[in-house]
Design a protein around this ligand. Structure first.
Ligand SMILES: [Ca+2]
Length: 366
């Protein structure tokens, strides 16, 4: 991108974030593709999200960090801090970071040379950011990962006040499980760290909205809205990374509808958690449920001990997912071009005014 456009994009983003809410996201980006989609959508809405911190969690957090770094760089968002959660070994098949090839040549050192900020103690950085929340400085917390970094922070700081933080999480399964399962499943984000999830569900938040499997497994975009997206030059960032993820192993996931880069998306579980911030009651049916996490990892209703969680349970009509998809894909397509256009128009208006004043003065003194 030319330097002048980068500068315009940066200042345009700053202009938008003046009225948006400070936001933290915890993500295990790279394994499933939905984290990448969620992050790109979040970065496409600087009017809603003043993104402060991205924490990467579970297993190879350096590789996940590189994917976040390359995405932030694409949006010229070197003001956002990238925080690395604990690096751990594992034997889970889900550790395959199929998207890594897309970012492997963009090191964290290069990101920092470009102006990016990296915190290598991600949990400490997360705690410090959460401590900034006050009644007059409410935060969003987007949780789209096993509750690992947040889980450790909650365990070590049991008195941490989060009543000024709005939580939007992808987790759990209330009535329906994965794909065609018509009873509840143990959802992956919970299974991967049950103690962390239990702490998150016990905590008192300002607000807690949940994207559960009951909704997210239906959250796939395809058909005309996807074809229109493919034809737009601004979709390149998603298509490049989506193709690599798909070919390296993403193609084998079990989903309700078939998917491929040319046909449509896999189930974008995490993207729904970000979309919930809008509180779109025209398309989403949710209920406030008192939820707890059992020691086995099930998400169950418990009226005596469950904290209230506004839970997505289904979509209003069969068309609702397509309607949301059109909104999200158009937002991503237009984000950077619209932002730049606004600033170019402001610049041209100011320039025209300046020329007009010069012309007026030159006539007066002729
Ligand atoms: Ca995730």
């Amino acid at each position: 991108m030319p330097l002048i456009l980068q500068v315009l994009l940066f200042y345009c983003t700053l202009l938008f974030t003046l009225s948006s809410i400070p936001t933290i996201i915890e993500t295990d980006i790279g394994s499933d593709y939905d984290d990448q989609f969620a992050l790109i959508y979040l970065l496409s809405r600087p009017d809603l999200f003043d993104l402060k911190l991205v924490v990467v969690s579970t297993y190879n957090t350096t590789a996940r960090g590189q994917i976040v770094a390359k995405t932030l760089a694409a949006f010229n968002r070197y003001d956002v801090t990238l925080a690395l959660g604990r690096y751990t070994e594992n034997n889970w098949p889900e550790n395959n970071i199929w998207e890594y090839e897309w970012a492997k040549d963009y090191t964290l050192e290069e990101f920092q040379q470009h102006g990016g900020k990296v915190e290598y103690d991600g949990e400490s950085a997360l705690l410090q950011e959460l401590l900034k929340s006050t009644t007059t400085n409410v935060y969003n917390f987007i949780q789209i990962s096993p509750v690992t970094s947040l889980g450790h922070v909650l365990k070590q700081n049991s008195n941490l006040n989060l009543t000024n933080v709005r939580l939007f999480a992808m987790a759990g399964s209330i009535y329906q499980g994965y794909v065609n399962q018509t009873s509840a499943d143990i959802e992956y984000n919970i299974l991967n760290n049950i103690p962390g999830a239990q702490l998150m569900f016990k905590k008192k938040w300002k607000e807690f909205m949940l994207a559960s499997l009951d909704c997210t497994k239906y959250f796939q975009f395809n058909g005309p809205i996807w074809q229109q997206f493919l034809n737009h030059s601004m979709s390149k960032l998603i298509l490049d990374s989506f193709k690599i993820w798909y070919e390296n192993g993403g193609k084998h996931l079990d989903t309700l509808q078939p998917y491929s880069p040319l046909f449509g998306t896999s189930a974008l579980h995490d993207l729904l958690a970000v979309y919930l911030v809008i509180n779109d009651r025209n398309t989403i049916i949710s209920e406030e449920l008192p939820l707890i996490i059992t020691d086995q990892g099930y998400t169950i209703i418990n009226k005596s001990t469950g904290m209230p969680v506004q839970t997505c349970l289904r979509f209003k009509t069969n068309e609702s997912v397509n309607e949301i998809g059109a909104i999200i894909l158009n937002t991503i397509i237009n984000a950077r071009s619209e932002c730049t256009t606004i600033y170019v128009n402001i610049f041209l208006s100011v320039f025209s005014l300046f020329i007009g004043i010069i012309a007026t003065f030159s006539q007066q003194y002729r």
